[in-house]
Design a binder for this molecule. Structure first.
Ligand code: CMP
Length: 162
């Protein structure tokens, strides 16, 4: 394998796991998107699709359908549609688990220092980021936000270490 694989090099399946991440309205409005993205990039995950968007009520209800019966569902939908979010598809080894570890516990008061929520969040609904909790969930959530044409192939110059 060449030292610097070209974008056309065959993809290593071990590095190809994808997950869905959202910088939530609080993360955007507090100007945290750059810091959050840096954590994923520095860990070695590759951004393969990205979009700044305002989520519709319909999409929010689909995204959070597993929480439909929960008492916090209306507030969750109101919040997530309240201002733009940054949605990302991240790719890399064990991407789902790596992102969950970097994000920290959903409840920010349980999130370890050094994690995104441990460092930047204090409340439960505005907890800066959302990420898929399993590979099947990632596939479902990625399909809600991205089409095949949204994914772009390229190699990172530091990819040999990942
Ligand atoms: P998220 O990872 O986006 O998935 C569901 C979201 O619901 C969660 O992060 C929290 O922001 C929000 N939420 C609000 N209340 C609760 C609750 N009581 N338990 C879990 N999640 C909650």
């Amino acid at each position: 394998m060449p030292e610097h694989p070209s974008p056309a090099a065959p993809k290593d399946p071990a590095r190809a796991e994808r997950t869905f991440v959202m910088v939530k309205p609080d993360g955007m409005r507090r100007g945290l998107a750059g810091k959050v993205l840096a954590r994923y990039e520095e860990k070695g995950l590759k951004v393969v699709a990205a979009r700044l968007m305002l989520i519709s009520r319909d999409l929010a209800e689909k995204h959070y359908e597993e929480h439909k019966a929960k008492p916090f569902f209306p507030e969750l939908v109101r919040f997530i549609t309240s201002s733009p979010v940054l949605v990302l598809a991240l790719e890399g080894r064990n991407a789902v688990q790596v992102v969950r570890s970097l994000n920290g516990a959903t409840k920010p008061w349980e999130a370890a220092p050094g994690t995104i929520r441990g460092d930047f969040a204090i409340a439960l609904t505005p907890n800066v980021v959302h990420a898929s909790d399993s590979v099947p969930t990632a596939q479902r959530e990625l399909a809600l936000y991205f089409r095949d044409a949204d994914y772009l192939e390229y190699s990172r110059t530091d990819e040999e270490y990942y």
